[in-house]
Write a protein that binds this ligand. Sequence first.
Ligand code: SF4
Ligand code: SF4
Length: 374
Amino acid sequence: MAGECILCGKCLEICPLLAATGREELGPRAKADLCYLLGRDEAGLRGADVARLAGLCLGCGRCAAVCSQGVDVPGLVAGLRGAHPEFRHWLWRAWLTHADALWPAGSAAARLVPESLRPDRFGSLLRMLAGLGREPGLTPFLTPTTFPDTHRGEPVLLFPGCTATLVRPGWLAAARRLLDGLGADILPGDFRCCGGGLKSAGFANEARNMARHNINVWRGAGRPRVAVFCASCQSALRGYGAFFEDAAEAGAWQSSLIVLSMLAKDIGFALSGAAPERIGYHRPCHAEGADSDRLLLAAALGDRLVTATDRQCCGFGGVMRLGAPELGDQVGRVCWDRLAGAELALTGCSACAAQLAAAAPRGVAAGHWLEAVG
Ligand code: SF4
Ligand code: SF4
């Protein structure tokens, strides 16, 4: 049950934006306070100021996870964004709802700007855009060799997410190979965007439409397991509870969601000569439950897995990238400090993979762990 902020300060210890900038006005307690005052019409702020402040949150959810009062700061910020939309929010909405047309065009345009001419403030943003081409990504170095019999014949829907659908088909192909090897019965399913990015930007109606469509795909397939390989998508799908009228069906939906690496955790892998010696692993902020991505990689990589983060925010930040890219970069540098020494960082989230690759130190690569699977 959501309550009021009691100013305990617990969330201040884990907000990556506050840690990277030292600016308490950007932290969750200040945002909770602001939302409370706005609710009572006591803040005395202009709409433009509110919209600007609402833009300054990464939406990582780390504050909400530790709050004993159930204060959901990213949810409150999403409400503010919805009530005070400005051009960046509309831009972000177009970016997500017309991804099939805008991502390739944005990527091609970003590639036209030479690295030397990119303004510092937008350098990593342009690198991220440029990285949205349909390149194969990393050279695979993990070959599945042995498959357990535990999921043979099990019907499974595969939730691909926008990135794999539009620009990283290799992730989807690798995920299918793993499920095929397990003997799972992969059902056809025309899922759309999970709606998570739209929801956090304040576009609740659009997010609801996505959710309803995806739920109907699941119903139409007979309510099977849904395998997901992006932590951000998984978190958004877990938030669909309010769209069910029937509590039992809502429970069945929650139970159906499973991280792909959980299904694949007992697959045996062989390392090829292309495997880097020192590999890091990044656990996304939105990851929940047991870290099966890390368990799979630890078993497959052995002592080549030399460093890992645990929900250290990468600085992606969704709509915040457009309004304050330099703050996202500050947060991203702290994350890369924790991954120091790795030649390659692997993760299980499409947003983190894009952000880590865009902000990686020179000579260091990053990508989704499925890119490593040949
Ligand atoms: S938002 Fe929650 S954790 Fe943060 S200061 Fe308020 S009560 Fe404490
Ligand atoms: S969602 Fe993340 S960035 Fe935003 S206030 Fe909470 S901890 Fe800070």
